[in-house]
Design a protein around this ligand. Sequence first.
Ligand code: HEC
Length: 252
Amino acid sequence: MKKKLIGFMVAAALCLGGAAHAEEGGKLAHQYWPERGVFGKYDMASVQRGFQVYREVCSNCHSLKLMSYRDLKGLGYTDAQVKAVASAYTVQDGPNDEGEMFDRPARPSDRFHSPFANDKAARAANGGALPPDMSLLANARPGGPDYIYGILTGYGTAPADVKMTPGLYWNDTFPGHQIAMPQPLSDGQVTYSNGDAASTQQAARDVAQFLDWASNPHMEARKAMGIKVILFMLFFVGIMRAAKRKVWADVH
Ligand code: HEC
């Protein structure tokens, strides 16, 4: 009886898991991401290339509202480089002494420039669909960088028996498989600073790592602190054991 019950529970769990997966969209191919895992570290060269992909392509539609230009220092950029990146954008400031708003070049302390004034403008420009803010996207979607990579490389032709909604594109990874984002990356679209034209896969991998970093910019510091805490705890347990032995040494 008990065995049957356990069997039933396992089967139910498998079915539920399967159903949940089907709803989530296509199966994700799992890749190795150097930043994931207990001792993981970012591949900073890849994260920097990914920032270039974000800046040249994704930032036309997706905002990164929680990021300031000075956060790029965590990516290895110098103060001068951060200033140069920021000053390419214009922000509205004010009011000035005459009570008027005015435009000025962005400073390192400003938040990243958003492509649209508000969500309604973003929807109007994208056939009614909202390009989500990317500040926490890698954390918010199951699979994180695998999901982002899967979306970017998952475009294709719809199976013959599927009726596509006009204005949507077939995507293997996106839940429901019909996405409003036109394929954003293609081979050779982004040329990296070393002169290499990036393949779709390369650019997708780099931007997925950049977005993982953008969602967790302090991850390395946090992990380093965690390791220190664990070492201290081990040391402390040793001391407490020695103290206990000393205190109880004469009690027989
Ligand atoms: C032309 C505008 C446009 C560009 C450029 C663009 N996107 Fe999108 N993106 C959208 C829209 C619109 C959606 C919402 C799609 C939907 O809901 O069907 C979207 C959705 C997504 C999603 C799925 C989000 C979710 O909710 O699960 C990901 C991931 C994504 N974009 C990544 C990127 C990346 C990375 C780039 C740059 C390489 C990029 N996009 C460039 C418009 C754009």
